[in-house]
Design a protein around this ligand. Structure first.
Ligand code: NAD
Length: 293
């Protein structure tokens, strides 16, 4: 069994991005600038945003964090987005999800200019991705493709089972893996909450991408020998033995599944760090896209 080490791989990607930034500096080109908008005080969201901002510093990007309180109106948030859309120094920005329930998330996603949508959530980017046109790919699926590529994992002709059909992970992942691209050409099955006989399906899988958000859902008896496992899930599970009172659990029961897998991502240290690295990659791309305009 080989561990798909997202931490080390993401550090390599960050190093490559840092070198590209250095090169831009020597050529007197613009330094990439990522902004993040955080509404409210959700603990997990604050952790994610802080690590995104820290990663920007590490690769030499400029970063801006805009913090708004939990009562911020949809109108005010839309105004903030418009400011970011029209600020020439900002190459890309993200609005950390989930948003408070009084704000319509879809309306917010639609308000982000597609050229600055480094999360790849805007329908224009999703549409372009679906049609195999250049687009910002949603960072988590993009990170999974990159991890599979860097570990030379064959996907062509393989049966990939994606568990979960969310707009940010399962759905784009299923589209990307079925496309004619270096990491693609797979035969894809999408499983979801209404899927019957899931075990029969997962037992046929050469590659399983678990993105459902139920801790340790996929167990050893549900997979065949040699399977490649990508565990996207991150759930905080109460654990009084830990200083913070919780541990992070994936959607895969690591102990039983790793005994059968040929490759497997750990949680933490698998998909999570790759997601951040790909957000940086999208921001660099957004900046480069402006070079010739
Ligand atoms: P979501 O809640 O939007 O979607 C969950 C999906 O799982 C749904 O499509 C649902 O149909 C499916 N599902 C639920 N129960 C199921 C069952 N019993 N059998 C089969 N399918 C079932 O989730 P999401 O936003 O895609 O996130 C999934 C997990 O991945 C969460 O733990 C989330 O925290 C994590 N996540 C991690 C990263 C990362 O960077 N590592 C990024 C995004 C999400």
């Amino acid at each position: 069994m080989i561990l798909l080490d997202g931490k080390t791989t993401s550090n390599q990607i960050k190093e490559e991005i840092a070198q590209a930034v250095q090169q831009r500096k020597t050529e007197s080109k613009k330094i990439p600038h990522l902004a993040a908008v955080l509404v409210g005080n959700d603990g997990a969201s604050m952790t994610y945003v802080n690590s995104k901002v820290k990663s920007c510093e590490r690769v030499g990007f400029k970063s801006t964090l805009i913090r708004l309180d939990a009562e911020t109106s949809e109108e005010t948030l839309l105004q903030e987005i418009e400011k970011l859309n029209t600020d020439d120094d900002i190459d890309g920005f993200i609005v950390q999800l989930p948003l408070p329930t009084h704000i319509d998330e879809q309306k917010i996603i639609m308000a982000v200019h597609p050229d600055k949508d480094v999360d790849g959530f805007h329908p224009i980017n999703v549409g372009r991705m679906t049609l195999d046109l250049p687009a910002f790919l949603s960072a988590t699926p993009f990170g999974i493709l990159e991890l599979l590529e860097r570990y030379n994992i064959e996907t062509s002709g393989k049966h990939a089972v994606i568990i979960g059909r969310s707009h940010i992970v399962g759905r784009p992942m299923s589209i990307l893996l079925s496309q004619k691209r270096p990491v693609g050409n797979a035969t894809v099955t999408v499983a979801h909450s209404r899927t019957k006989n899931l075990k029969e399906i997962t037992l046929q899988a050469d590659i399983i991408i678990a993105a459902l958000g139920i801790p340790e859902f996929l167990t050893g008896d549900m997979v065949k020998d040699g399977v490649v496992i990508i565990d996207v899930g991150i759930t905080r599970v109460e654990d009084s033995s830990k200083p913070r009172g919780y541990r992070l659990a994936g959607d895969v029961h690591f102990e039983s599944v790793s005994k059968k897998a040929s490759y497997i991502t750990p949680v933490p240290g698998g998909v999570g760090p790759m997601t951040i690295a790909m957000l940086l990659k999208n921001t660099l791309l957004a900046c480069q896209n402006k070079d010739n305009t």
